[in-house]
Design a binder for this molecule. Structure first.
Ligand SMILES: NC(=O)c1ccc[n+]([C@@H]2O[C@H](COP(=O)([O-])OP(=O)(O)OC[C@H]3O[C@@H](n4cnc5c(N)ncnc54)[C@H](O)[C@@H]3O)[C@@H](O)[C@H]2O)c1
Ligand SMILES: NC(=O)c1ccc[n+]([C@@H]2O[C@H](COP(=O)([O-])OP(=O)(O)OC[C@H]3O[C@@H](n4cnc5c(N)ncnc54)[C@H](O)[C@@H]3O)[C@@H](O)[C@H]2O)c1
Lengths: 207, 207
């Protein structure tokens, strides 16, 4: 089983290795990866050992092997359809963000309740009315929904996307969502990220 | 040493325990915490053991003890000053987000280069010109900067905040920043979070 902290680093390794392939490089050492990604090399060696690639002393790691493995892990070949619900400040920034760095994710549509936003397009992503969400998800086979609605609409929006058939939710709202056991919810909270940063800063200062 | 995945959950525990204190509850079981936060109870027990609170069978955990410990861990009593650089879509959403759930964090000011934004206030946070950033950070003793500038300005902004004396950076830009060893950079990337969600969804489907 792959620890979440390792899974979190896989896309970074994947993107870096892709640049190496483009440069025609076939081997790479953990020290080179460490210098490029600012991850300590012992962590890199441990991560790669989870992928079954143990590397050889003096030779380093085989770039092609690692890339094929990561491709499979991240299922880069399967396109996963994502919808965004809530096209306010945060939602707009997410639409404009360069997701296509990962060929795998595509925000295929966004949904809102504000009549002024409906019918617009943001970086090519159409904004539809929430009342059309359920039929859109069923027709297109959408698997993931990003929630960027106000806190007061969080649970009702979660209920809607679950009813429509979505299996994964990326939740930016500050509410803990209640969903059936087969739906996976990941929560992003900048407050938590900041508190962790502070915790490590203060620890560093105390030592 | 506290694992990062545990540190990431501490603010969730802290907020939940605060609601218990408000309700006058003195003991709580890992099963109750698990039901409220949707975290599996074996993980909760392991996390709490890092905090030195082992709980007693049948009695549960002492809410006051845990809260005092978490307060110290998260340094909730020390106010940490945070600045935001880049007040576009993402920056605006971050200013409007309810950080004061954690008394510890305060975005004290935001900075931008766009003359139309300067002199405005977003939810009480003043927007200043980037040229005033260095003197502001030095005068106010700011410790953390959130970067929400375009990718093309990422490194130059990191250099500026490091020169000003900031010790921690929360980086939303897609660039890997190069900073001196005593500055800590945490990176937030929605693409990575989505890829992890997909990885676990696909794994669940394969099993
Ligand atoms: N987790 C984090 O770190 C973080 C950071 C910033 C913001 N947020 C959260 O993200 C959410 C969005 O923030 P924002 O600043 O973009 O808010 P916003 O008010 O700018 O945008 C909300 C959008 O949702 C739309 N909306 C309202 N009800 C809806 C519904 N039922 N269905 C579909 N759309 C609906 C509104 O029309 C609006 O366009 C908020 O819940 C906020 O708390 C989280
Ligand atoms: N990590 C993620 O998951 C994620 C998600 C969304 C957006 N982003 C990133 O966040 C950043 C902001 O995105 P956005 O949609 O808000 O962009 P935006 O264009 O709406 O906002 C950028 C803001 O930065 C200001 N700015 C430009 N140069 C500056 C400088 N040198 N100093 C200070 N301010 C400057 C602009 O005036 C503007 O107000 C981008 O780098 C984007 O790629 C990351």
């Amino acid at each position: 089983r792959l620890p979440v902290v390792t899974a979190r680093r896989l896309p970074l390794y994947y993107r870096y290795l892709q640049t190496l392939v483009a440069l025609g490089k076939q081997r790479v050492s953990s020290a080179e990866v460490s210098a490029a990604l600012h991850i300590d090399s012992a962590t890199i060696r441990r991560d790669f050992s989870y992928l079954g690639e143990l590397g050889r002393k003096g030779y380093g790691y085989n770039v092609d092997y690692l890339l094929r493995f990561l491709q499979d892990f991240l299922k880069q070949d399967e396109i996963v359809k994502v919808i965004l619900v809530g096209v306010g400040n945060l939602g707009t920034a997410l639409c404009r963000y360069d997701f296509y760095r990962s060929k795998q994710m595509n925000i295929v549509a966004a949904f809102d309740v504000d009549p002024l936003k409906l019918g617009q397009e943001i970086e090519g992503i159409p904004v539809h009315a929430v009342k059309d969400l359920e039929s859109f998800v069923k027709r297109e086979g959408v698997e993931i929904a990003i929630l960027a609605v106000p806190a007061s609409s969080a649970q009702v929006t979660a209920d809607l996307v679950v009813r429509a058939g979505v299996l994964g939710i990326l939740n930016f709202t500050p509410r803990t969502l209640s969903v059936p056991p087969d739906v996976r919810v990941h929560h992003i909270d900048v407050t938590t990220e900041l508190q962790i940063l502070v915790y490590y800063l203060k620890r560093g200062q105390r030592q």
